[in-house]
Design a binder for this molecule. Structure first.
Ligand SMILES: [Zn+2]
Length: 174
């Protein structure tokens, strides 16, 4: 399997073609910047290896606890994390769910301990509404560009993993 250094190097190497491709498709520098930034983020921090104690995981620093359940639940290199089709989508959904739950806990603490209210089911609903309030006003194009970038960053990782394993097995067989 390629080392973390190799994966990082590939991500950086992909910046010029990503800029070229994004600008070719969008003819818009903002979208190009978002897509390329998301690609780098996807390669360095939002990639498949969050399913294991990895450099991507460590890069979240004090926030890495957000990925702890992901790492604990998924076997390393399972299709849920490393699939080119589903990996990024599952990570985005996972991340939104975790953020929503954290906001819900925050609302709960505020309601019960600060406002002295009874526990109700309203916190989860409120949290969903808050998270939606953040996402909804963002332009669709920006969200699509960000997702595409994340996807390319993560896919380059999976492709490198697969090629790495392939060449290893070829080397062994000759
Ligand atoms: Zn991997």
């Amino acid at each position: 399997m390629p080392s973390a250094n190799t994966h990082d190097f590939i991500t950086i190497l992909l910046v010029p073609p990503a800029v070229a491709a994004a600008y070719y498709f969008t003819a818009d520098w903002t979208l190009t910047l978002i897509a390329t930034g998301a690609m780098v983020f996807g390669g360095l921090m939002f990639g498949p290896d969050l399913d294991i104690q990895s450099r991507q995981y460590a890069r979240w620093g004090p926030l890495r606890f957000l990925w702890w359940p992901y790492k604990a639940m998924l076997p390393h290199r399972s299709w849920l994390s490393h699939s080119i089709l589903f990996g990024t989508l599952i990570r985005v959904v996972y991340f939104l769910v975790v953020v929503t739950l954290i906001v819900a806990v925050g609302l709960y603490v505020r309601d019960v301990y600060v406002n002295g209210q009874q526990w109700g089911a309203g916190e989860l609903k409120g949290a969903l509404a808050r998270v939606w309030e953040i996402i909804a006003p963002i332009k669709r194009d920006y969200l699509i560009a960000a997702f595409a970038g994340l996807w390319v960053g993560a896919s380059s990782h999976t492709v490198a993993d697969v090629l790495g394993s392939f060449f290893k097995s070829v080397r062994k067989s000759i």
